[in-house]
Design a binder for this molecule. Structure first.
Ligand SMILES: [Zn+2]
Length: 268
């Protein structure tokens, strides 16, 4: 059984001490690939360094987090902080220079939880469109963050991406049922975190979406299914169990299909 975590932040300071243990637990749990997601220029550099160190298992997703793109610091997050707006053109050049080490573009998108919608919609939408066009140009899949901005992100993705020219993965998608339906119709993928164990929203999403459009992620160290432990890639195992239960198939069937989905979206 090959398992995959398509979205986590192993460059987070909470993993500085125990990364080797975390990766060996992941291996034991059956994880074959782990995509580390960048959020801003310094984080993207850390992601590439990590992937270089563990080339067998880790892959890089370089991102421009919508809040970081605006230069709005959310306070200490444990990731490198971005306190001035990101120069998108410069970051695109950086990503292009490292394209052979890059598996996906993300996390990117829009966020109206940490930034006021009235004040920032225009700028966030403008940045998001530029990033989508860049991903199309370099032919890489997109990993979308759309907190409190699900419908707005779907609208822009539908306008910018024609004929599914690049795959779209919705990370931790928390939209309402109507937004779920639209994203399913657009052919988007959904990466499901282990807190599906306690979240009825993710359970509904797994019920509604075809198995062929599901992926697994952790968003580690965040979104742990248990309060007293930080999240880590090995917990994908729990998500697979839950997906198998909801879809009424075996764990192996769930894992095999998700592995195929992973290869279709992200390649190696
Ligand atoms: Zn994330």
């Amino acid at each position: 059984m090959n398992l995959v975590d398509v979205h986590c932040h192993l460059n987070h300071e909470l993993f500085k001490q125990d990364l080797d243990d975390v990766l060996s637990r992941a291996k034991k749990a059956g994880l074959k690939r782990i995509l580390i997601s960048g959020v801003n220029p310094p984080a993207n550099r850390e992601v590439l360094a990590l992937v270089k160190k563990y080339p067998e298992m880790l892959r890089a997703s370089l991102g421009i987090y919508p809040i970081d793109a605006l230069g709005l610091a959310e306070g200490e997050t444990g990731l490198p902080r971005q306190t001035v707006p990101i120069n998108l053109a410069e970051q695109f050049t950086y990503i292009e220079q490292h394209l052979d080490q890059v598996t996906a573009i993300g996390e990117v998108g829009m966020d109206f939880h940490w930034a006021d919608k009235e004040e920032t919609y225009e700028k966030q939408a403008e940045n998001f469109r530029k990033i989508i066009r860049f991903a199309i140009k370099v032919k890489k899949p997109l990993v979308i963050h759309s907190r409190k901005a699900e419908e707005e992100c779907l609208q822009i993705l539908a306008e910018e991406i024609k004929n599914n020219e690049i795959p779209v993965n919705q990370h931790c998608f928390s939209g309402r049922k109507s937004a779920m339906t639209r994203a399913i119709e657009l052919g988007h993928y959904f990466s499901i975190p282990p807190n599906i164990l306690i979240s009825s929203n993710f359970q509904t999403l797994v019920k509604k979406a075809p198995l062929g459009q599901l992926l697994t992620e952790t968003d580690a160290p965040w979104l742990s299914p248990s309060k007293d432990r930080k999240n880590e890639p090995a917990f994908v195992r729990e998500t697979i169990k839950k997906i198998a239960e909801i879809k009424e198939i075996t764990e192996k069937e769930a894992a095999d299909q998700i592995w195929q989905n992973y290869q279709r979206v992200f390649g190696d």
